[in-house]
Design a protein around this ligand. Sequence first.
Ligand code: HEC
Ligand code: HEC
Ligand code: HEC
Ligand code: HEC
Ligand code: HEC
Ligand code: HEC
Ligand code: HEC
Ligand code: HEC
Length: 257
Amino acid sequence: MKSGKIPNQVLQVGLVFLIVGATMILVRQRFIPESFGELGHYRADAVEVNASHEIQFAGWQACAECHDDVVATKNSSFHRTLSCETCHGPAAEHAREEAEEDPPLPTGKELCLTCHRYLVSRPTGFPQIIEDRHEPAKACHSCHDPHDPVPSERPESCAGCHATISRVIAVSHHAPLDCEVCHEAEPEHFLRPRAHLPRKPFERDFCGNCHAAGIETPANFRGVDLTALDIPKIEQDTHGGTLLCWQCHYQHSPEAR
Ligand code: HEC
Ligand code: HEC
Ligand code: HEC
Ligand code: HEC
Ligand code: HEC
Ligand code: HEC
Ligand code: HEC
Ligand code: HEC
């Protein structure tokens, strides 16, 4: 190879770069929208395009003007947090009296099941049903008023909702103790559990009421007759250091190990 002459391979690679570069410039000019980058890494005009869409949803307040009875019922029911249009679909046009047809009545099951079909990942206590076992032959609204769904009968005992804990405690050393011995629960907890959580013990002294050596356990502690029970004692000041008792003993099934 003589010096001074550019080798063939370099020319070939150069050509490839030239083609790619030219294509990129073409693509940029042809496909990247003008306003791209003005406000950041997106097309600035998109904001205007979206803002120009016609508003589809009116919001439940708008419905009240003409359907005040339905709004009043719904807003004091278990469905108070749902918007009308969650079920009836976008109805802004209807609310402006410009729609040709009334909003649909969602009488199918699928809508209700979207929220009420049993799913493990839903929060504990959210009303759920298993569709195949819950009156499969009938429409949901034939039994439940969608604007005022009546809750199912509330369980009478803690076990109705806390079945696992109840079963565990029933075969433990703490079997003689009712839940209320350790948790003060307002009656409202049975109706709106999450809004009225019962109290939980938060300090060692609480367990010490029964277990601390030298402390006279009252014969009747929050309704439990302790006189007939043989309660094991510990030196509360030293036993387990300063850790909370339930960091070592599971409170619902304590063991001395
Ligand atoms: C300006 C008054 C007005 C407003 C506002 C309004 N509606 Fe209506 N709506 C009517 C009238 C009138 C009818 C037809 C008469 C009827 O069937 O009750 C109707 C019918 C309906 C129907 C069908 C009833 C049926 O029996 O088929 C639904 C569902 C409905 N409206 C939902 C809504 C929702 C949801 C909103 C709020 C986003 C709303 N409406 C806002 C006046 C109004
Ligand atoms: C959980 C879903 C759901 C929500 C939320 C809901 N609806 Fe309905 N609505 C229905 C269903 C289902 C029917 C049909 C009931 C039937 O045919 O028995 C219906 C019926 C209606 C009707 C006609 C019959 C009647 O009962 O008067 C109107 C009007 C109506 N809804 C308006 C509203 C308005 C206004 C709101 C908000 C305040 C609202 N709906 C909220 C599901 C819902
Ligand atoms: C967008 C979600 C959603 C849809 C759709 C929906 N629900 Fe609900 N439903 C809820 C919420 C939220 C509650 C209140 C739960 C609570 O208070 O813990 C509720 C409560 C209920 C309850 C009371 C149950 C109880 O024990 O507290 C019944 C019954 C019910 N819905 C039936 C229906 C029916 C029938 C439909 C269809 C017409 C329907 N739901 C559609 C969200 C929905
Ligand atoms: C034949 C009447 C009937 C039909 C149809 C019906 N239900 Fe029920 N539903 C009941 C009764 C009664 C209860 C209360 C007893 C219970 O908890 O099983 C109830 C309870 C519920 C609860 C509360 C469950 C809980 O744990 O608090 C929900 C949610 C519910 N139904 C949703 C639906 C949905 C969604 C449909 C349609 C797929 C439907 N139901 C169809 C009669 C019915
Ligand atoms: C209607 C169903 C229901 C009944 C009945 C019920 N609970 Fe609950 N409980 C719940 C739900 C739901 C939660 C919240 C669970 C969660 O957040 O995971 C809860 C939470 C709790 C907590 C935890 C509080 C916290 O801060 O973490 C305690 C303690 C408790 N319940 C005790 C009781 C006792 C005691 C009774 C009987 C007097 C009882 N519950 C009856 C549904 C119920
Ligand atoms: C000996 C006292 C005692 C008794 C009896 C007791 N608990 Fe508890 N429970 C506790 C303590 C202490 C905690 C808090 C533990 C923590 O903060 O980690 C607790 C926590 C809970 C919690 C929230 C954490 C969890 O484990 O899910 C629930 C729910 C609960 N208890 C329900 C019940 C129910 C229902 C009963 C009756 C069947 C019951 N408890 C009986 C002492 C008790
Ligand atoms: C660091 C872990 C730890 C902590 C914290 C702890 N314990 Fe213990 N506990 C044990 C062990 C291990 C045993 C079994 C050996 C023994 O008796 O020391 C036991 C035994 C017991 C016994 C049975 C004693 C007997 O004679 O049968 C009781 C009752 C008891 N603990 C209550 C409590 C109480 C109440 C608290 C809180 C004030 C507490 N524990 C804190 C680890 C702990
Ligand atoms: C109302 C009194 C009372 C309270 C409060 C109480 N316990 Fe107990 N505990 C008992 C009784 C009674 C027994 C023994 C029952 C039996 O086995 O005969 C017991 C047994 C135990 C045992 C021994 C289990 C074994 O293997 O022998 C441990 C550990 C224990 N409790 C821990 C706790 C902890 C931790 C707390 C606080 C969350 C607590 N207790 C609160 C009454 C109570």
